[in-house]
Ligand binder design. Structure first.
Ligand code: PBG
Ligand code: ZN
Length: 326
């Protein structure tokens, strides 16, 4: 006669201390990168309507937020710029006096130890809202590379510690690496948006950054959400081209992809917990339907468990506070 056997897995959950001893994934405030939106103008602190708690700041008000980020012990911010004027080639992206370049200089002057990451893309600076230059309906690959490389160099010149190209043109990592090296920035790392899906979860960001495409969509350059093997191809390409970090974006619906990437590369993997993921949590929390703190910490933990070494998140300030028990 067979005897049924079972294991007492609950033994390791009997007390809070016991649970803390066998916990496999622990979030730290040092894991976080906080996204910030800088805008031309004076005395601007505009809340993004679809992203409660997230604001666009003009340069004269920016330090209010940066000081807070630093005091919370968050090690890094990523900057997105909203220029006053846009044109066909996104000139504002590589202007030495552009909004991101000036914000970078200002932040590094006051907080030299804060790691400033510059998002390198054209969509916030082009009048058509695409991430590269266009001809008719087509987003051109190779002509865009030159402008992206110029943008990256101007950001590094302004003092950016990391360059984060998000445009999804083929070859952008190597184009930027070569340009940075030629300009003497061989020690500035590239955090590539290597695996970036064409996602509806970016909706609120496009309000925040005023970067919605004016025609068509981004499906000829961003990835199809249905694809998994393609993510590894994208990751592999960027490793070969010399990336130093790989971003997987969005995060929550793509945790399987995060794990695949983590298991297949030897670079730090970064989760981008995007705007739509943030907005959904904020909306449900505002209705009293969920416990915001617990949901956010659980969600961020799941990203780390899936393989993320770092997490880009709009929740960073709150999460850092919660982790300190505040
Ligand atoms: C632009 C860019 C986007 C995001 C970061 N950089 C949007 C897009 O591709 O349309 C999305 C971030 C978010 O949703 O939080 N290249
Ligand atoms: Zn873009």
């Amino acid at each position: 006669m067979t005897q049924l056997q079972f294991r007492r897995n609950r033994r390791l959950r009997t007390s809070k201390t016991m649970r803390s001893m066998v916990r496999e994934t622990i979030l730290h405030k040092e894991d976080f990168i906080y996204p910030m939106f800088v805008i031309e103008g004076e005395n601007v602190k505009n809340e993004v309507s679809s992203m409660p708690g997230i604001h666009q700041f003009s340069l004269d008000r920016l330090m209010e937020e940066v000081d807070e980020v630093v005091s919370l012990g968050i090690p890094s911010v990523i900057l997105f710029g909203i220029p006053s004027e846009k044109d066909a080639t996104g000139t504002g992206a590589f202007d030495e006096e552009g909004i991101v370049q000036r914000a970078t200089r200002l932040i590094k002057e006051k907080h030299p130890d804060l790691v400033v990451i510059a998002d390198t893309c054209l969509c916030e600076f082009t009048d058509h809202g695409h991430c590269g230059v266009v001809h008719g309906d087509e987003v051109l690959n190779d002509p865009s590379l030159e402008l992206l490389a110029k943008t990256a160099v101007s950001q590094a010149k302004a003092g950016a510690d990391i360059i984060a190209p998000s445009n999804m043109m083929d070859g952008f990592v190597i184009a930027i690496r070569q340009a940075l090296d030629e300009a003497g920035f061989e020690n500035v790392p590239i955090m590539s948006y290597a695996v970036k899906y064409a996602s509806a979860y970016y909706g609120p960001f496009r309000d925040a950054a005023d970067s919605a495409p004016q025609f068509g969509d981004r499906k000829t350059y961003q990835m199809d959400p249905a694809n998994r093997m393609e993510a590894l191809r994208e990751a592999e390409s960027d490793v070969m081209e010399g990336a130093d970090f790989l971003i997987v974006k969005p995060a929550l619906s793509y945790l399987d992809i995060m794990r695949d990437v983590k298991n297949n590369v030897l670079l730090p993997v970064v989760a981008y917990n995007v705007s739509g993921e943030y907005s959904m949590v904020k909306a449900a929390a505002a209705n009293g339907w969920i416990n915001e703190k617990e949901i956010v910490l659980e969600t961020l933990t799941s990203m780390k468990r899936a393989g993320a070494d770092l997490i880009l998140t709009y929740h960073a300030k709150d999460a850092a506070r919660w982790l300190e028990g505040k």
